[in-house]
Design a protein around this ligand. Sequence first.
Ligand code: NGO
Length: 551
Amino acid sequence: MSGLSWRAGAAAITGLVLAVTVAVERAGDAEGRAPRTEAPAVAAAAPRIVPAPVSLQRRPGPAFTLTPQTRLVVRDRRATGVAELTAVLLRRSTGYPVPVTDGASYGGHDVLFALDGPASLGDEGYTLAVHGRGVRLTAHAAEGLFRGVQTLRQLLPGRIESATVRPGPWAAPAVAITDRPRFAWRGAMLDVARHFYGVDDVKRYLDLAALYKVNVLHLHLTDDQGWRLEIEKWPRLTTVGGRTEVGGGRGGYYTQEQYTEIVRYAAARYVTVVPEIDIPGHTNAALTAYPELTCDGTAPPVHTGIDVGFSSLCVRAGVTYRFLDDVIREVAALTPGRYLHVGGDEAYDTSRADYKAFMAHARQVVRGHGKRLVGWTQVATTPQDPDSLAQYYHAAHGDDPRTKWAHAAADQHMKLIMSPAARAYLDMKYTAADRLGTDWAGLVDTRTSYDWDPVTFIAGLSPGDVHGVEAALWTETAASMAEVEYLAYPRLAGVAERGWSPATGRSWADYAPRLAAQGPRWTVLGVRFHRDPAVPWPAGTGGETTAPSGG
Ligand code: NGO
């Protein structure tokens, strides 16, 4: 179908969704209590949610509408944090007071946050009953409520994301949803080493990803071009090693306090921060700060280019192990999550024997500081613990011999995080004409980054080998948040769906209109997303046909 006819079709669908009819609600509230108001019903058209829920049924009857009387009702203190975050979001755009109240009853314009869901929902599952008698969001854990709120946001008009008051109506169609994730790990990686992004930028990146139920924020904190996390015992890592970036800009770093603020912000959104300290390669910035970490004791020149694989900690020097222990101890102490990423990729300047010896040591140090190790695929070529994770990133798939490292991981009972570059690397160009991005793994348009399955991508893996997926954004070419967001969206949403939604029933034809519905929402949020012509964006949606420049 041509781009034009896609668009016309989309406009028709949008019209359908917006067609509002009025019906009278007589049945009482979601728990059978007396009706309070009349509510409009939204004409039947499947609500367009990303990631697709496990089950979504349209219900007959009137829609739910937010009004000045809407309250967020909690019956369990564990739900208060999620309700408060939701209230902040709803107040900003509706201008309504949206109080969070304790209470047993709720009415037709209220949202109940209940934690009496069955254990079978797991920590992240939820059920969502939406109709003119109120919204009942039910989970077994507060985390599930938070995931459910992301679905509720998408049932409401995109304007609900506005930072300023907008006119209503604020209707959500009557639906019954039951949902839980396919994979435990649904990550977004941001490389803050090649170009540095400050705390507020990271929060925004996290907030946008959390809307698609991402639950891991992997921060690539160190690389040849910059060291971005303060280490108290080795202060020059940041005061010297944090001072530059690709292209020679100012760089920057997070103080421990700032990093802690990111971790805290993420935790409130049920997102776990996984810090990456990339070793033994990708360490030029550290070597410029502490020349004793090189084998000849000479500081290398600062690196502001984008080539990889030329730097290494001196694996045979005792000081390297003191360094490793100090760094991992401090990072582990700052990080409540159970995982710590040690990179381990492309250590081409480290001999095979040295690499093995170093990784054996890193494994002990990470474990000694109470964490589980994550590394890029190469770590699986060294002995690791069964609870360690290998992050697969190569372009190769099917039964390509280069996939053997993934099998090496599975053979030692490690699980895999799937970030195949030809699908989940957000730094690949969408098209050959793109100014931003690289193409070493090929061109990755929106459809390509969606059309794959994390288990079958590599032949011979079984579902139990895969712990999850991660969309990785390397920032060699992205020097501003506008550029970051252009590369990330729409692709990040598709990878997130691959991580959350059941494998069966997924197709581009089903996904494209649901993705298109995100366009108006991103426009309200100010996301400079790539307006991929294969997606039937509704009329009036923003987006960029070519990469935006500057901030
Ligand atoms: C590779 C490399 C990174 C690059 C990235 C660019 C891994 C794990 N190591 O992925 O240093 O930034 O490609 O796409």
